[in-house]
Design a protein around this ligand. Structure first.
Ligand code: MN3
Length: 200
């Protein structure tokens, strides 16, 4: 069964002014769309066709690079759209906030560690908040379309929050000002969805 490009849970202009309509439309239809179709091409006729995207991630070292790049791109963007919301921003609550405070000392410390991971990722990649196997949280970063579910990454875990820092995610509006894009991102974070992933 082929993987499908999911619809966005909001309109292309919904994240204005933080992420502009044109970036959202190109990012979803062209970039995410291409990862989806190239992933399907790469697994066509192989046993991976009957696996979930998470199952493919978990044994990624056994796959060719086209599955790594496009499968990662498919999964990462599926997650990215859901952790953004026009009603996002603010601070998390409940058990997620407790876990953040335990690990990072404060929400502000977490935010700055995550922002630094996003800013310092050289070239293209992602910053992540993950839940590790022992239940603790960590901030990590991966290059290209890798993610913390892939079996070969240094720090593995369940991604709760991810930020795309490829230039295609921000260049039209922010050009070289990645830190401004990262700052804007905090106004969009859907903490309800992050908390749902945390407690799953
Ligand atoms: Mn992207």
């Amino acid at each position: 069964m082929a993987f499908k490009l999911p619809d966005l849970p909001y309109d292309y202009d919904a994240l204005e002014p933080y992420i502009d309509i044109r970036t959202m439309e190109i990012h979803h239809t062209k970039h995410h769309g291409a990862y989806t179709s190239k992933l399907n091409d790469a697994i066509q006729g192989t046993p991976a066709e009957s696996l979930s995207i998470e199952e493919i991630m978990a044994s990624m070292s056994e796959y060719p690079v086209a599955v790594r790049n496009n499968g990662g791109g498919y999964f990462n963007h599926n997650l990215f759209w859901t952790i953004l919301s026009p009603d996002g921003g603010g601070v998390p609550e409940g058990e997620l906030l407790d876990a953040i405070n335990r690990k990072f000392g404060s929400f502000g410390n977490f935010k700055s560690e995550f922002s630094q991971a996003a800013a310092n990722r050289f070239g293209s990649g992602w910053a992540w908040l993950i839940r590790k196997e022992d239940g603790s949280l960590a901030v990590t970063s991966t290059p290209n379309q890798d993610n913390p579910l892939m079996d070969f990454v240094e720090v593995k875990g369940i991604p709760l929050l991810g930020l795309d820092v490829w230039e295609h995610a921000y260049y039209l509006k922010y050009q070289n000002r990645r830190p401004d894009y990262i700052e804007a991102f905090w106004n969009l974070v859907n903490w309800d969805e992050v908390a749902r992933r945390f407690s799953k």
